[in-house]
Design a protein around this ligand. Structure first.
Ligand SMILES: Cc1cc2nc3c(=O)[nH]c(=O)nc-3n(C[C@H](O)[C@H](O)[C@H](O)COP(=O)(O)O)c2cc1C
Length: 342
């Protein structure tokens, strides 16, 4: 199975992606956090800089947030001019600041408008060989809306459809509706379908595979989000899973406490250096590292107990001291496939 890193705005910027790639493996492609395309197809220079090949050590697929077809076409052509061969359209963001403008997941509300948008965009890009993929949810309020969305998407030559099986109103809470991946109509789509949602550890992956049957239902790849923030070694570990024989490949070395602690420390130090080069103010660096700490502590025994102190840190040295204590006193919650398969 192929794994990608999910776009996570405010976190998985090029500095994060580059440092991640130096310290961890298993990810074959990275999706950028959304680039908002404003009237006249304007994109912020900072957002463009984040995806440009010269600032990225691994392949990145830029994701755009746009619901105006003319702006979408112009932005896609602009990105193609920078060397990109694929652009991903965000139809999944549930944030009210985004959906109030009819963007992100709100694009799934009116399927006639969505059809018109996609028709115009594909027509407008007809003279290019740029590929378009979509990352979306399965509806606004009710998973039953998915059939209409599926019928709409099926009319277009998408490069890939990445599905996060929740409706807008669910945000990121609750259990994803895995059952929609078993719909017969999905296998009739002419384009590949990727899975995204709630894979925090190997057992989640195995359960999702059992329910969905990734291979049988032609899931092209699995996109990892929050799970990869908490356990940066997640994709590496999932790749060791032998789904035919339901066990970890024996030839692969097992995870060790020391190794994982050393790696997360190196990752932290590498990020710190990268942020120091990027930002002049200590508070900007602190706020980025604090955001990451929020996720990292979840991968340690008793980790949440350190969070309050991390949040209160006013200097980098204070945050560093708490992080060092966490590494000395706590254990990485190793996810190595020793679990009951239900
Ligand atoms: C902090 C944060 C920022 C996110 N930013 C984006 C984004 O820019 N574009 C997008 O398509 N999804 C975004 N998402 C959604 C994730 O890409 C992913 O779909 C979601 O977290 C579910 O996957 P997971 O359960 O593996 O985390 C974001 C999620 C989080 C938690």
């Amino acid at each position: 199975m192929e794994f990608s890193m999910a776009p996570m705005e405010g976190i998985t910027n090029h500095l994060y992606r580059n440092c991640f790639g130096e310290c961890y493996g298993g990810i074959s492609r990275y999706y950028s956090p959304f680039i908002a395309v404003n009237a006249g197809a304007n994109m912020k220079i900072r957002d463009l800089k984040d995806v440009l090949p010269e600032n990225n050590r691994a392949p990145v697929i830029p994701q755009i947030l746009v619901n105006n077809s003319d702006d979408c076409i112009k932005a896609c052509k602009n990105l193609q001019g920078h060397g990109f061969t694929e652009v991903n359209i965000n139809m999944g963001c549930p944030s009210p600041t985004v959906t109030v403008k009819g963007r992100g997941a709100a694009m799934l509300a009116d399927l006639q408008i969505l059809h018109l948008f996609l028709s115009r965009v594909f027509e407008g890009l007809g003279d290019t060989n740029l590929k378009l993929s979509v990352k979306s949810r399965i509806g606004i309020e009710d998973p039953a809306e998915f059939d209409g969305i599926l019928a709409t998407m099926a009319d277009f030559p998408l490069k890939e459809w990445i599905l996060h099986p929740r409706v807008l109103k669910e945000g990121y809470a609750g259990t994803p509706h895995l059952e929609i991946f078993c719909k017969k109509e999905l296998s009739k789509c002419k384009f590949p379908i990727a899975y995204n949602g709630n894979i925090y550890q190997l057992s989640d992956y195995v359960k999702a595979d059992e329910l969905i049957d990734f291979k049988g239902n032609c899931v092209s790849h699995v996109m990892l989000g929050r799970g990869l923030l908490i356990r940066p070694y997640l994709a590496e570990n999932l790749a060791k899973w032998d789904s035919e024989n339901c066990k970890m490949q024996e030839s692969q070395s097992k995870l060790s406490q020391n190794h994982e602690k050393t790696r997360i420390r190196s990752f932290y130090e590498m990020l710190l250096e990268a942020y120091k080069k990027e930002f002049t103010s200590e508070s900007a660096i602190l706020s980025h590292l604090k955001e990451l700490s929020f996720w990292w502590v979840k991968g340690f025994t008793n980790g949440e107990a350190y969070l309050k102190e991390m949040r209160k840190a006013k200097r980098l040295i204070e945050l560093d001291n708490v992080f060092k204590r966490l590494l000395v006193n706590e254990e990485v919650i190793i996810d190595d496939g020793h679990f009951e398969i239900i």
